[in-house]
Structures are given as C-alpha cells and as structure tokens.
Design a protein around this ligand. Structure first.
Ligand SMILES: Cc1ncc(COP(=O)(O)O)c(C=O)c1O
Length: 395
C-alpha cells in the first residue's frame, strides 16, 4: 500500500486559499458587519431584552420569508428546537427514532430527552447524510407494520420518526427519504441546524419534515449568540410549538395558569435582534461561503490522494463547513494532517466520533454502518468562515 501522499503540499494548497497575514485561522468565525450594534443597542435602550419584544416576531417572519416554510418559532437553541420537534411529532418514552450515526451529539440527545432510543443508520458518500435507499432495505428487513404503526421486530419497540441531518450544509436526498417515511409510517423531522441557506431541488431544506430544527449557535451561517427555531407548514403544530416553548401559559392579563408541562425555551429579544441583523446579510454570507468552497475546489482539483467534498446534482449547499477527504489508502495519515495543519495555525478537526461508537450508545440498535465509519476515518473539516470568502472575492 502506497504511503506517498504529500501532506506538506496539502497544507500549502490550503495556505494558497487562506489569508497570508493571519497567524491563526479558525474553523468558523461569526461576522458582524451589518445592523447588529444598532438593533442590540435598541433592546438595551428600551429595556426589551427578554422573551417579549418586536425582534422575536420579526426574526420569525424573516425566517419564514427566507425559507418559504410557513411558520417559524424561535427558541433558545437548536437542541431545544429538536426536542420540541420530536415531542410535537408524537415521539414518546420507549420509542425508537432513526438517526444517522454521523451527526452532532445534539441530534441524539434530543431523542434521549423524550425517553426514546436513537436507532443508528448509515450515510451515503454523495451527501454525507442519511442514505434513504439503504434505510428502505433495512426497514423492510427489521420492521413490521401493525395498525398503521411501525414496529422493530427485533426489539419489539415502536419506530416513530426519522431525523436526517443535512451534514455541513449538504442536503440529504429528501424525496426518496420521504417515500421511505410514508411507506413505513414514520414521521420525518429534519435536523436543519447546519443547513440554513441550503436548497434541495430548488426548495429550502426544512420543507420536507413535519417539523424541522434550525440552530443559530455562534458557529452557524448566521448567529444569535445562542438560538434555534422550529419550522413547520402546519398551523396547529406551530401554535402548539409557541405555546409549549413559553411555559404553556394560558393567555390572561394577570393569572398564571398553565394547561400542560411547558418549557422556558423562548428566544430572548436581545438574541433575536442580533439574528435580524444577521439574517439581513444571509444571502451575502451564503454567496461568500460558496465562493470559498469554489476556491478550495479549484485548488484541490488536481491533487493526488485527497479531494474537496462538493454538493451533488440536486443540492445547492451553503457550504457551512468544508470537508477534505483523503483517499481510502491514506486514512491512516488523517491524524498527521490534523497535527500538521493545527501546528501551522490552520484550525482543522476530524468529523464527530460516529455516535454508535460512544459508550453511552453501546446498547442502542444500529444497522451496518460501514460508510459512516469509512468517511469518519478519512475526513477533516477545514476553515470555512464567511470572512475567508470575502478576502477571496476581493483578491
Ligand atoms: C447537526 C446539529 N444538530 C443540532 C445542533 C444543536 O444546536 P445548538 O448548539 O444550537 O443547540 C447543532 C449545532 O450546534 C448541529 O450541528
């Protein structure tokens, strides 16, 4: 097996795309180049800093307009959004929920919060996200439908939902996935935490799920400091989402009555103000991120042993977080590359540890996960900040 990959040349190629005058280049940095100061100052000046205020409503309206999804409900973070999506889709204690093994821990955590069990499934190389065809074949084998409900024949548990995740902004193949969900009576919930600004066949991600979750953490395409949103086209679910994320308080001028167990998950106005200013710049941010990806793609196009991951034909990705893939025979050099790049002041990191390998998930059901394990073993994330696309635009 050849070991002739030139790691030094990979670093030089990264450097050729990145700014020359910076000692350290982060994986992703937020960019505050619009009305952020003005809107946040207005909250401080008026005292509307908490969970009521005009920016929360405006932020939700802006999300609706940009994504085309009819209702957006702003919440404190993406994990809370996922938790609520699962609960509103009817996931209950004792259920199993299908989830790709390659995702951030929050996707599985939200399933645990409902008392349900993540059931790990494989991804595909085209999207780095859930493989709908492999999933269909697998469910055919291990499930049975009784009274319009899907059961795992091995564990005896109800399979209630599927949560695909649009990995690093690349949309999963949603149409065949939708077909699988319909065939097996499963609710579809999109973890769109990373895919604001990403489109599948011309339509924004978040449209296919009964409910979908967004995140506005500091590392996302746009940030509210911390924040998230629930998206849905269903008006009654949207109403319920707003109700249960605001402690399920029955509206009244002074009485405190709550008609179910609710959550204090509403996004504060202060954060929403930041978010409004960020959303005003979203199309520009996405363009700059796509520009950076284009620069990387060109720079690595001729290189032996490594490739830059690009969107597939049905996708228009926000390229939230860029990916370099080593050829399979060089997987054992991944950590050397991580070492070298980080030493040189270029922040890189491996993919998340595939979730089925975490000891907390040792007893969770899973399918064959060859593709997820293979990709995890040979991929790294490379700097992806909007600002890097700006520099390249102006160069
Ligand atoms: C795929 C995915 N799901 C969920 C989350 C959770 O979002 P948050 O950090 O806002 O809770 C994140 C990011 O942080 C994520 O990347």
């Amino acid at each position: 097996m050849s070991k002739s990959i030139d790691l030094k040349r990979i670093v030089e190629t990264l450097q050729s795309v990145l700014p020359k005058d910076q000692e350290y280049i982060a994986l992703h940095e937020p960019r505050f180049s619009g009305n952020e100061w003005a809107y946040v100052k207005e909250c401080l000046d008026t005292g509307w800093v908490s969970s009521v205020g005009k920016y929360v409503n405006r932020f939700e309206e802006m999300l609706q307009e940009y994504t085309g999804v009819r209702y957006a409900v702003a919440v404190v973070n993406g994990t809370a959004a996922l938790h609520m999506c699962l609960q509103l889709a009817g996931v209950e204690a004792g259920d199993e929920v299908v989830v790709p093994s390659l995702t951030f821990i929050a996707t599985a955590n939200a399933i645990h919060y409902c008392g349900a069990t993540p059931h790990f499934v494989d991804i595909e190389t085209r999207t780095l996200g859930l493989d709908p065809y492999k999933l269909g074949d697998y469910l055919e084998e291990i499930t049975e439908i009784r009274d319009s409900t899907c059961f795992n024949k091995i564990t005896g548990k109800r399979l209630k939902a599927v949560v695909p995740m649009h990995t690093f902004g690349h949309p999963v193949d949603l149409d065949p996935l939708m077909e699988v969900c319909n065939r097996f009576k499963l609710e579809l919930i999109e973890d769109a935490a990373e895919s604001l600004g990403s489109f599948y066949n011309g339509r924004h991600t978040g449209h296919w799920g009964k409910l979908s979750a967004l995140s506005f953490n500091g590392n996302k395409v746009v940030t509210t400091g911390g924040g998230g949103a629930i998206l849905t086209n269903d008006s009654s679910l949207a109403k319920l989402a707003k109700h249960i994320t605001t402690t399920a308080k029955v509206p009244h001028r002074w009485a405190f009555n709550h008609d179910r167990v609710g959550y204090n998950y509403r996004l504060p106005n202060l954060n929403a103000a930041l978010g409004c200013a960020q959303l005003e710049q979203l199309p520009d941010f996405v363009e700059k991120k796509r520009n950076l990806a284009d620069q990387y793609n060109k720079a690595f196009s001729e290189m032996e042993g490594v490739s830059f991951f690009t969107e597939t034909e049905f996708a228009k990705s926000n390229y939230w977080l860029n990916v370099l893939l080593l050829d399979e025979q060089y997987a054992d050099r991944r950590d050397d590359l991580l070492e070298l790049t980080n030493e040189m002041g270029i922040m890189t990191r491996p993919f998340w540890t595939v979730l089925h390998k975490l000891p907390i998930h040792a007893r969770c059901p899973k399918m064959d996960l060859t593709v997820a394990e293979n990709l995890e073993s040979r991929a790294i994330n490379i700097p992806s900040s909007v600002v890097l696309g700006v520099i390249n635009n102006e160069a």
